[in-house]
Design a protein around this ligand. Structure first.
Ligand SMILES: NC(=O)c1ccc[n+]([C@@H]2O[C@H](COP(=O)([O-])OP(=O)(O)OC[C@H]3O[C@@H](n4cnc5c(N)ncnc54)[C@H](O)[C@@H]3O)[C@@H](O)[C@H]2O)c1
Length: 349
């Protein structure tokens, strides 16, 4: 079987520092074209990774390049138009998180995926971390039992990214949609991706535009008229159709300790992902088991190989299909709606 021929859309940080180095190790996919609205950036990245074809827009790439699929690595506001254009051209799509800026866009993307019968995969690398994979296997074997509660935090004390990330018209929101989504997803995946039904949340913008010295930042590219008009932190509660509940928090900046936590509690056992620890009972006594897995597996390589494998074998049900991506967007939308309206949001009303 030949390698999947990929057109990369967006030649920025995640493409150049994660996806393209991962493609160099992939056995079943190869980037043969790249485009960026900043064509000079695309040319530089193409040269660095020996990508033969460079374009200044996805439309031109879709028209001229001989590709099977696209890998969308753009600002969040371009995910929907790029996916819809690719789907209409019959190309399969792997798309960086978050799926979209809004639920409206997410629903249009779902329609495009289904009408054009393409294979879709949302690239959320934590699903390919060994700890998550171990716990998901436990969940599938029924060893966690009924997972009814989870708690998840992605709290940077100071870590507001630069550039487009802080501008709502380009990002759709702040740390909730940017980094919170990683851990909300990790917990949701280990709960068995139940249907979200109600959300109560709040978001704040208090200290994110700080002048603190001696701290690191992710360097996003500036977008036109770049502002800081989204939240710097957020927290809330998500309820699911099966009665389960998730408590989450996310921050780019908060006067609190850094905290990276995913805890799931089931009727047979509970677990934390970081560190990978299982809380249960053995022989009628409490047991606390640690499991050793390498933190160093290249999640980006695994997610790309998974997507390519699905396309090459015609497998529609990827590890992050469009229906789940839309449900995640329902949660994100309800979090922002709850914050804006100051009340609990019933999803679907
Ligand atoms: N999986 C992860 O851990 C992770 C980490 C960081 C970022 N991301 C995601 O990756 C995406 C890109 O983030 P980044 O940090 O690389 O940003 P970036 O600013 O470094 O790069 C984005 C690139 O997209 C280009 N672009 C914008 N609109 C475009 C369009 N319509 N067509 C073609 N190119 C376009 C920009 O010119 C820029 O070069 C975001 O969706 C972000 O959420 C994921």
């Amino acid at each position: 079987m030949g390698k999947l021929r990929i057109g990369v859309v967006g030649a920025g940080n995640i493409a150049a520092n994660a996806h393209l180095p991962a493609y160099q190790k992939c056995s079943n996919a190869v980037p043969v074209a790249i485009c960026d609205i900043d064509i000079e950036r695309a040319k530089k990245t193409a040269e660095q990774f020996n990508i033969p074809e460079v374009y200044g827009s996805i439309e031109e790439m879709l028209e001229k390049a001989d590709i099977d699929a696209v890998d969308i690595c753009t600002w969040n506001n371009a995910h929907a138009p790029c996916l819809i254009a690719a789907a209409k051209a019959g190309k399969h799509v792997m798309c960086e998180k978050p799926l979209a800026m809004s639920l409206d866009d997410a629903l249009k993307m779902e329609k495009a995926v289904k009408e054009n019968n393409i294979i879709f995969f949302l690239a959320v690398p934590s699903r390919f971390g060994y700890a998550n994979m171990y716990l998901r296997e436990m969940y599938e074997r029924g060893e966690l039992g009924d997972v009814y509660y989870s708690k998840t935090s992605y709290n940077r004390r100071r870590g507001t990214p630069l550039g487009w990330f802080t501008d709502k018209k380009t990002s759709g929101g702040g740390p909730v949609i940017d980094i919170g989504v990683h851990r909300i997803d990790a917990a949701w995946y280990l709960m068995g991706t139940p249907k979200p039904v109600r959300v109560s949340a709040n978001v704040f913008n208090k200290i994110g535009d700080y002048q603190t010295k001696g701290v690191d930042r992710w360097h996003g590219t500036p977008c036109p008229d770049n502002k800081f008009d989204c939240e710097d932190s957020g927290a809330g509660v998500i309820h699911f159709e099966n009665g389960a509940t998730m408590v989450f928090e996310a921050s780019w900046a908060i006067n609190a300790p850094e905290k990276y936590e995913t805890l799931v509690c089931g009727s047979k056992a509970g677990a934390t992902v970081e560190p990978l620890t299982i809380y249960g009972e053995r022989n009628d006594y409490l047991s606390t088991d640690t499991v050793t897995v390498s933190p160093k597996n290249d999640k980006f390589q695994l997610e790309i190989e998974h997507f390519a494998d699905c396309v090459l074998k015609g497998i529609k049900e990827t590890k992050y299909p469009i229906e789940q991506a839309v449900d995640m967007q329902r949660m994100l939308q309800a979090i922002y709606d709850s914050a804006a309206q100051g009340k609990e949001i019933v999803i679907g009303e």
